[in-house]
Every structure is written in C-alpha cells, then in structure tokens.
Design a binder for this molecule. Structure first.
Ligand code: AGP
Length: 603
C-alpha cells in the first residue's frame, strides 16, 4: 500500500506530483504529502486526509522547485495524522524520504539511534529511514542509501532527496514496486505506471536492491555494489485516457462499462496471433498431476470459478487456495504441480509469498496478471496478461472479468491437451467464448432494472448471497463487492449450506440474492429460494431458467448466456452493478472505500 512519486526535470514539480498522487490515491488515502528541494533546502507540506487537504495546505503554503517527492499513505504503523504522514525528514532536515512497505526492524534501529540522541517525531516505521540516512550521511548520497538499505529488514520502495545533492533523486526498492519513467522534460519514480502516463510511456523497472539515480536529463542504474547497470526502457501500451474517468462519475462504473472491450481484447490475446497465445500453447498439461490456484480477494473468487470449470471440462484435480493460507500450510505440491497465481496488481504480498513458496517446492508456476512488469509477472515461470488496462477503482471489476476469460481459455487448452475435447468441440467452445463480449454489451441495455432494484436495498442491514457450483463462486464475489463499497454486512453461502446454520438469520424482509445459472442445479437453488421466501425473505433471483415467476417478494434478473459455462461472466456484471448502485444510493465513496487499498503489499 501507499503510493510514491518523484520528479526531477525542467517543469514545476508540485503540479506534477499532485497529479501523480491523484493516480496513486487508490493505494492509500489516509494522508498525503510532498517534499521539494529548492535552493539547497528541503521543504515539506503534508496533511492528514484526502489529497484535497494537501492541495489546500499548499494553497496556504505554496512551494515551487524542479525536484521533489510525494506520498499518499495507507497507515500501517501509527494512526493517520499530519506527523505520521510522509515525506519524513532527518533531524537536520537535510534528507527527505518517501516509503512504501514495512521496515520490520524499525524498533531496534530506532532505539539504537535514540540512545545516540536522535529525536523521532512520528510513530511510523518509515521515519527510521530518514533518520538513519542523516546519521550515516558523510556527503555521498549513494553511499548513504547503500548503508541505509543494508541496515533495513523488511520491504521498501524508497525515494530520497538530499540537500547536499540538490540535482539528484535517488530510488531503491525491495519487495515493493517502483518504476522509473523517462521523458525529455525530466524523469520520474512512481509506485505504478498510471502516475506518470501523462508524461511518458517509457518505463524501466527497478529490480530488488537496485538503485536509480535520477537527474533532469539522465537516469543511471546501479547494483548494490555500485556497478552501473544498463536497462532498456519498455514502452507501455496503456494510454493516459485509459487511466482517466472519461466523463463517468466513478472509475468503478467506467470500468464496469469497459468490460465488453476488455473481454474482447483478453480473448483475442489468447488466440492465434495474440500476445498470450504462445505462452498458453507452450503449457504442457501432460507434465502435471494437479493444478493449484492461489490468490487473494476477488482474484481468489476467480480461482474458485476456475476450479469448477477446469474440473468439469478437463476431469483434472484442481485446488483453489487463499494465498495467505497457501503460503503457510505446507501444501502437498511438487514438480508435477502447476500453481496458477492470479493477481490484478501483481504486487499482493500474500500472493507473491505464495508464488515463492510454490517455486521453493519445485512447482511450475503460471501468473495471470494485469500489471506488466509487476513482481508476480516477473517471478513466475510463465506469465499471461489480462488486457484490462489500468484499473483504478479499489473494487475490481474489469480485471476480474479478464481473469475469468483467460481461465476459460486455459480450460479449453488443457481440455484439448488431455484429450477431453475433440477438435470440433474445442472449436465450438471457442466460438461460444467469442460471443461473450457482445453478450456482456447487451446486458447494459437493462442497467436501469438493477438500478431500480438497488434503490430499494440501500437501507439493508445484511444481505445474503447464495448459489451452487460456479454460481457459488460468483456469490462470493457479489458479496465481497457489496461489502467493500457499500459497507453493508453480507455473506455468501453455497446454497446447500444455508440450512446448516445461517438460515436462522433470515427474518422478515432480509434480502437474499440467489444465483442459478447452472441448469442441472437449478431445482436445488430454486428450493433454497423457496426456503428463505417462506421465512419472510425477499429475493433477487439471477437465473438463466425461465421456470420461476416474479412475485412481490421475488424479483428476477434473467441471464441468457450463449452457453452455460460462461454464465459467471454475465452474472458477475449484474452483481457489480448491484453493489455499485447500492453504494451510490447510500452515498458511499465508491472508488476509495474506507480502510481499503487497491494494492495490498503488506501481509
Ligand atoms: C477486490 O475488489 C479487492 N479490492 C481485493 O479483494 C483484491 O481482489 C485483492 O486484494 C487481490 O488483489 P490483486 O488482484 O491485485 O492481487
């Protein structure tokens, strides 16, 4: 969590940093701040609260300069407050730093410095970096950065400014993302590409413990032993507009509406001529005895769909595991296991740890990632990219759909590899898949239907989601989406589980969202619906079957997939829209829900 940005160049730094921070706010929004180096002095303005609070503080106390660093915080050590905000300064105000990550030995280092008379101002783990830097500094900032990072344990992406070296911005990282943007008007550091896209699409990725020294007209990369490293910049295909709201009120809504395009691009990417095709074709399912999915949050929910779809289509053993559990549970995997890690950001700490654990055990690893050059993308043995483009809203929507599309394609590929489908059957499955984007598009013609229903739900205290098989996996996602942006308590249950306890919570007026798009299980879910209706619930029923009729308490949302196995891609869009409108009617902060951050880089 936390977003960092830095700039050195010919332009005025403050607007560039503020703009970059806006793009990084999804990573944390407890406080924000910036430091500018001008005429040999470092000035800091930082403020608890959203970026608008920092903008106001800068109106009171304007800064100018051509080199600076900025930060938007998701609090880990110390409450959100002005003093705990970044940038942090050393006691002599010579060195300023911004930090994303966690310094695990900060207590020990702090006590050591305090014994030597250093006075700390904040409760953060990050301040130790600034204090230590000033303590070690003997005039050579590179040397200082190396000594500081040698003393640190934990994870970090760091930006340094030093009054002794007023033309240089120094960056270093370990286990947290940091990109370097290169442009004619200056050079940038940032936690993520959208923060610099307005200025450049030429990006270099910093590897663990590498150091970048940025000046206005050059960037030099060093190893931790001070050897110069040559890097060739990559050109990012995302454009600036794709990271903008483009006239929509919220990023989440824009991203929901982008899904037909995202599905189309992602499906094409896996077909002959597409960028993911060669990687998918090269996977030899014959060398594996099992598949393990591991991921967090929504990406885990995609894994659940993947488990059901792959098992059914491929008749192959598949396990879906939360990355935070997988990393510690000593799973039974070996060189004959394919571990598939799914992640939008490619930087989720638990998913990275799960990937490393899988590799340590000798498994072959495949990453399904959205952010090019992210840690998971780089560390996996094989990587395929979802074509979602930058996803800004904290609640994922289009990345979820893109992950699902790649899973369908993998399932078809593996089914062929295992001889479970004949060539005509494979062609038919792919033809169904290629119709999916149009089907998603068609669904948007009925948005007002879900909007009207949501208008009757925003006062609910609790909402239950039920389904079986893939519909259960989508129920999990619907429930997660609702609670993260509307703060309404909700639970998802496999339909058959309801009567084993949870049904006691159903009372007059409780809302149950039921999903039944799996034909052979329709009757089972329909009878779960009857059970809750007879206990006073009202039900929103998403179904592909025409058997049920609407009543006062039972509202229908029809789903008409071209083929049953693709229904999750449509039902999830209804549920995303449902959560979105419920949160809108409740007046919630849709794109930046409380306590959350988009990229969870802490354990
Ligand atoms: C979903 O809306 C969430 N914001 C969250 O559950 C997310 O899916 C999870 O943190 C995993 O993130 P990743 O895909 O970037 O690894």
């Amino acid at each position: 969590m936390c977003g960092i940005i830095g700039y050195v160049g010919t332009e005025d730094t403050v607007p560039i940093i503020l703009e970059g921070l806006k793009k990084l706010e999804y990573r944390g929004y407890d406080s924000a701040g910036l430091a500018i180096l001008d005429r040999g002095a470092v000035s800091v303005v930082k403020q608890k609260g959203r970026l608008t609070a920092l903008e106001e503080a800068l109106r009171q106390n304007p800064l100018t300069g051509h080199i600076g660093i900025g930060h938007t915080r998701w609090a880990t050590h110390g409450e959100p407050s002005d003093t705990n905000s970044h940038p942090h300064l050393g006691s002599q105000r010579k060195i300023a730093i911004v930090h994303n990550g966690i310094i695990e030995n900060h207590r020990y280092l702090r006590e050591t410095l305090e014994r030597k008379g250093v006075v700390f101002h904040s409760e953060t783990d990050s301040e130790i970096v600034a204090q230590l830097a000033e303590y070690y500094h003997r005039g050579d900032i590179m040397d200082t950065v190396i000594r500081v990072t040698n003393a640190l344990e934990g994870s970090y992406a760091l930006g340094f400014l030093c009054a002794d070296d007023p033309d240089k911005l120094i960056a270093v990282r370990k286990d947290n993302p940091l990109i370097i943007g290169l442009s004619d008007g200056g050079n940038f550091i940032a936690s993520d590409v959208p923060a610099v896209l307005k200025h450049t699409n030429k990006i270099c990725y910093l590897e663990d413990r590498e150091i970048a020294v940025l000046e206005k007209d050059r960037v030099t990369f060093y190893s931790r032993d001070r050897e110069v490293i040559h890097k060739t910049p990559e050109t990012i295909s995302w454009n600036f507009e794709s990271a903008e709201k483009g006239g929509y009120k919220h990023f989440m809504f824009k991203e929901i509406m982008e899904q037909p395009r995202v599905l189309r691009d992602t499906i094409r990417s896996a077909l002959p001529g597409g960028t993911n095709h060669a990687v998918i074709e090269a996977l030899d399912i014959g060398r594996y005895s099992q598949i393990f999915f591991t991921a967090c949050g929504s990406a885990y929910n995609v894994s659940m769909v993947g488990k059901y779809v792959l098992e059914r289509l491929c008749r192959f053993p598949v396990t879906a595991d939360l990355a935070s559990e997988f990393r510690y549970r000593d799973a039974v995997i070996d060189a004959r296991t394919l571990v598939i890690v799914i992640s939008q950001s490619g930087e989720t700490a638990d998913s990275i740890a799960a990937l490393r654990e899988a590799k340590r055990k000798g498994a072959d690893t495949l990453a399904i990632v959205n952010v090019v050059g992210s840690t998971i993308a780089k560390e996996a043995d094989h990587t395929v990219y979802t074509m979602a483009g930058p996803e800004i809203a904290v609640a994922t929507t289009k990345a979820f759909s893109a992950q699902l599309a790649l899973l369908y394609l993998l399932a078809v590929r593996f089914a062929r590899g295992l001889g479970r489908v004949t060539p005509p059957e494979e062609a038919a499955l792919l033809a169904d898949l290629e119709e999916l984007p149009d089907q998603a598009e068609a669904l948007f013609a009925h948005v007002d239907r879900i909007q009207q229903y949501a208008a009757t739900c925003f006062n609910c205290k609790s909402i239950f989601f039920i389904g079986r098989n893939v519909d259960y996996a989508i129920a999990l996602e619907g429930s997660l989406k609702l609670k993260e942006i509307s703060y309404i308590h909700s639970e998802a249950y496999a339909g058959g589980e309801l009567k084993h306890g949870t049904i006691s919570l159903i009372e007059e007026g409780t809302l149950v969202v039921a999903i039944a798009c799996t034909e052979r299980l329709y009757g089972k879910t329909a009878s779960n619906v009857e059970q809750v209706l007879s206990r006073g619930a009202r039900v929103l029923f998403l179904t592909s079957s025409g058997e049920t009729e609407e009543t006062d308490c039972l509202s229908l949302l029809p789903i008409r997939p071209v083929s049953e196995w693709l229904a999750p891609s449509l039902s999830v869009i209804w549920l995303q829209l449902f959560s979105y409108y419920v949160a809108v009617y409740k007046g919630c902060d849709i794109d930046k829900p409380r306590n959350l951050a988009k990229s969870v880089t802490v354990e």
